[in-house]
Design a protein around this ligand. Sequence first.
Ligand code: ADP
Ligand code: ASP
Ligand code: MG
Length: 453
Amino acid sequence: MILMKFGGTSVANSEAIQRAISIIGSKLDERPIVVVSAMSKVTDMLYRIADMAAAQDEAQTSLLLEQLRERHITVASELLANSGHMLNEAISEINNICDYLEKVVTSVCALGELSARSKAIIISRGENLSSTIIYHAMNASGIDTELIDARQMIITSGDTLIGDPIFDEINNRVPGIIEKGYKGMKAVITQGFISSTIDGEPSVLGRGGSDYTASLIGMAVDAKRIEIWTDVDGVRTADPRRVEGTKCLDKISFEEAAEMAHFGAKVLHPLTIEPAINKNIPILVLNSTNPQHPGTSIMGNDAIADGVKAVSWKEDILLINIFSPKMINATGFVQKVFKVFRDYNVSVDLISTSEANISVTVAGQQNVDQVVEHLSQFAEVHVFTDKSQVSIIGKNVINYGDVLQRLMNALKGNNLYMISQGASNINISFVVDRIDLTAIVNTIHSNLFAQQS
Ligand code: ADP
Ligand code: ASP
Ligand code: MG
């Protein structure tokens, strides 16, 4: 079996869906399990609807809900124009999903209160809608397909909105459900991103979570391959939306891909790699608008050469400096500092220490104010905003040729707030002014890659 995950832009409209279906159709002999995201921008819209409902903005929520319904009915109508009863079925299912969504949104509006449960229900609907349409369109194009509800397979604990998948539960459930779904069929399709708790309560895997769904199912069925179909020719040396002249990487290791994703490269959800490593299943990142391109293979470390592979970044981070003269020659200070971060559930990205100082970076998290307030009770704390964190990623990057030299040349003349080298030898990261980010990543990229043979 193979996993084939199609992201939002790969199912953005009827043309994109047709393209995805013809790619799936060319691989039926490998028994595809198709995982789909919501159509492009739909999940963003659902998050907005949830917030507007909480703010009791009835007029705006109804407007957006109507647009959502119309967009999906239009796409279904285009795809199923010649399929008679299938179009009627699809439209009636779309209407059911939208009616339920409207009911939940109306009750949130009435109360002016948005529980995590209601939010999970609202933001899940994009995948319900897209999978329903694509399921009918696959059948209409002659691929007998079963639609499987991902919430029976992907079971999470912890945070409802960034669920923590329970691997054992998923491994136990998925193979049977997929086998049953496959009876008499040529393919099965399910939703990315959406999940449920062991008690059947709704949850989701967090933004971009459809990649993670694909690798979790891949792990559970021992898939031969996990294909991530997106809108770029594989993993590149940097995000092409920001950096000129990026190149596609033929192959990178699981560790390199995980590090890139953790340090800001949006091409994969950061946790996608873990289930694949568990079973040593290769991940392929492929372009649905250019399916002939071989894309990028992500695989075990042995087949991967040393050297710098990519530049990634987190644009908006906080740099926190914690100073205390008591740290000098004192044991237990570091532990005391990090206990505060743990108590408020704030994870840190980079850490560096000097004799009386600890510097850390944190990205996009709640509770940072409380952490700072608490730390200030026993240390001098400075928070620097408008900073970005840039990472150079690659196997044995530190020891490789003159990478450090080239990096330092590229950074000449810029303020450099912190440098940190991962113990794994796979990552050098540093903090710069946010205003300089685009120029810096372009210079670094051209210094590191243009001259690399
Ligand atoms: P999907 O909707 O298919 O999941 P995403 O938008 O989540 O797609 O991810 C694909 C996007 O990731 C690309 O359009 C690209 O701009 C961005 N990206 C960031 N870093 C990289 C990188 N190193 N290589 C390729 N794409 C990257
Ligand atoms: N639709 C979800 C999101 O936009 C999940 C995904 O696309 O991977 O975050
Ligand atoms: Mg994505």
